[in-house]
Design a protein around this ligand. Structure first.
Ligand code: SF4
Length: 545
């Protein structure tokens, strides 16, 4: 056993610290994204990260044939930020606390929801005095947070477990694939413990069992917002787990169970802490954000001395009081979503909706058993745009679903041309073990035809994207700075239309001459000076804060 491989090598990053892998096969089935988090200094070139190719591109695309209407991202390859460097409190402990820190490596695979799980587990472990290790050899054990949405993700997770075992030897497995323990044990019988998704307590208990905590009052201090694995200016806020729908291509409900919403007071307190800790953008995530609170019968709780109901609208309205960007993901086009559009018009939440439409043919949507399949989505989108002309709508689609005819596909293309969606991703359908769609008595679409349809779809989507972006030239808008590229003399930012990692960017020229203003996490006003297919160019007008 070598114990020499760096966890940051795994993440392709360059600094000591925690390595986090993200490959999203989430509800929207939309993202094959890998997040390696922000660094105080620019990323060095990758040093041979073993999962980079299979997860972020080749494997994900082979399995799901995913493609966004954006070019390959530069900012997906950030480096790993040292937890010690991020937090003065942690740095103090590492510099001389006589009581040795207990190190625990952590590898996280999966969607933003899995990332939130990782954050919670890490926050808890950190609060108990565990430190995050920079390498397998420095870790006393490794926790692997897995993804199991599609077969590629299962392979990915099993490979990651195998690597952690080879490099370290002591491995605890959690996350979606943990719901199928036999699959893991068949390949890796030597893992110490397997827990399913959202089993934070079990993960922590297992860590206690195999690596008892060493109590030290100084290391019990955690930042108010917990250990965030995202850059500190944005954070994901998970509002519920599970899903009440049963889309025929999806096995998430069988892995994560029915919808369980977090109490509204708890969600709002967490959001408030994030805002107070300096987070500028909160990304609301769940499997079905528009269904929030249904299981709680919309039970109200007090927050800021007012009773708030656990309802999608009420939650969005309350979050809108925080004065930070609120971005809504995984929303379905139900009539009650219209109310939230009013909040967008009032500037309370970002005019941005992430809606996984998946298809437009009524026949295919029925075969897919999609929520809100009967809604007239074109009418709804047009109504939203009448209220908020600038609303950005992002979505994902699946082409080549069993039984999809040329006519179904043409219907989808026609729908897209009318809908004029801003941001679009597309999968070629690939069967998932255990999914109801496998039993559909429908003719499979041949692989070459799926590929052809995806290419045609993405071509249409790219034209729409480019046209819509061109219309922004000359406009002024606030943007949030994610990264400074000193070599290229640009600041890479995002507007209200761009979710991190999955959408486009706004590149602000001559960053060097405005170095005192252009800082990571700053909000600034820019004027758009140019547009590509997916990204914008801009010049700085003024700082906001
Ligand atoms: S069943 Fe449908 S709505 Fe629920 S998580 Fe799966 S794809 Fe999303």
């Amino acid at each position: 056993m070598t114990h020499s491989k760096s966890l940051s090598d795994r993440a392709g990053g360059s600094l000591a610290g925690i390595a986090v892998l993200e490959g999203s096969f989430a509800c929207a089935k939309s993202q094959i994204l890998r997040v390696e988090f922000d660094s105080a200094k620019p990323a060095e070139p990758s040093r041979g990260f073993p999962l980079a190719t299979p997860l972020s591109a080749a494997k994900g695309q082979k399995a799901g044939r995913l493609e966004y209407n954006r070019r390959p991202s530069r900012h997906r390859r950030n480096s790993v930020k040292s937890v010690k460097r991020k937090s003065p409190k942690v740095g103090f402990v590492s510099l001389g606390c006589p009581k040795a820190l207990v190190d625990s490596g952590f590898v996280s695979l999966g969607c933003p929801k899995a990332l939130v799980d990782s954050e919670r587990i890490l926050t808890r472990l950190r609060a108990e005095g565990y430190e995050v290790a920079p390498s397998y050899s420095a870790a006393d054990l490794v926790v692997v947070n897995t993804c199991g949405f599609i077969d590629a993700a299962v392979d990915e997770s099993l490979d990651a477990i195998g690597e952690a075992l080879a490099e370290n030897g002591k491995v605890i497995v959690t996350g979606c694939l943990g719901a199928q323990p036999q699959k893991i044990l068949d390949r890796h019988p030597q893992v110490l413990k397997i827990t399913g998704p959202q089993r934070y307590e079990e993960v922590v208990a297992a860590v206690h069992q195999y690596l008892p905590p060493k109590h030290e009052p100084f290391v019990d201090l955690v930042p108010e917002q917990g250990i965030k694995l995202t850059p500190r200016h944005y954070a994901y806020l998970k509002i519920s787990e599970g899903c009440n729908h049963r889309c025929s291509f999806c096995i998430i409900p069988s892995m994560r169970g029915d919808l369980v919403s977090r109490p509204v007071g708890e969600v709002l307190r967490e959001a408030e802490q994030l805002a107070r800790a300096g987070v500028k953008e909160i990304l609301v995530i769940s499997q079905d954000t528009s269904a929030y609170g249904v299981d709680l019968k919309y039970a109200a709780q007090p927050w800021r001395d007012v009773q708030r109901r656990a309802r999608f609208y009420d939650l969005a309205a309350a979050l809108g009081e925080l004065g930070v960007w609120i971005r809504l993901h995984y929303v379905y086009p139900y009539p009650h979503v219209d109310q939230v559009i009013e909040l967008m018009a009032a500037g309370k939440v970002l005019p941005y909706l992430d809606i996984p439409f998946q298809h437009a043919s009524a026949r295919i949507l029925k075969l897919m058993k999609r929520p809100a399949a009967a809604e007239n989505t074109l009418e709804r989108i047009a109504a939203w745009r009448r209220v908020v002309p600038d609303i950005t709508i992002r979505s994902t689609f699946i082409v080549g679903f069993p039984g999809e005819t040329e006519q179904d596909f043409e219907e989808l293309l026609d729908w897209l041309r009318v809908a004029q969606l801003d941001r679009v991703g597309c999968f070629e359908y690939s069967p998932v073990e255990g999914a109801a769609a496998n039993a559909l008595k429908q003719a499979p679409v041949p692989p070459e035809l799926k590929a052809e349809r995806r290419a045609r779809f993405m071509e249409a989507a790219a034209e729409i994207s480019a046209r819509r972006l061109r219309q922004k030239i000359g406009r002024k808008m606030p943007v949030l700075i994610d990264r400074i590229d000193r070599d290229a003399d640009v600041a890479v930012a995002r507007s209200a239309s761009d979710a991190p990692e999955i959408d486009g960017t706004v590149r602000i020229a001559a960053a060097g001459s405005a170095a005192s203003i252009l800082k990571v996490g700053s909000l600034v006003d820019v004027e758009i000076t140019g547009a590509g297919d997916y990204d914008l160019e801009a010049r700085l007008i003024a700082p906001i804060h």
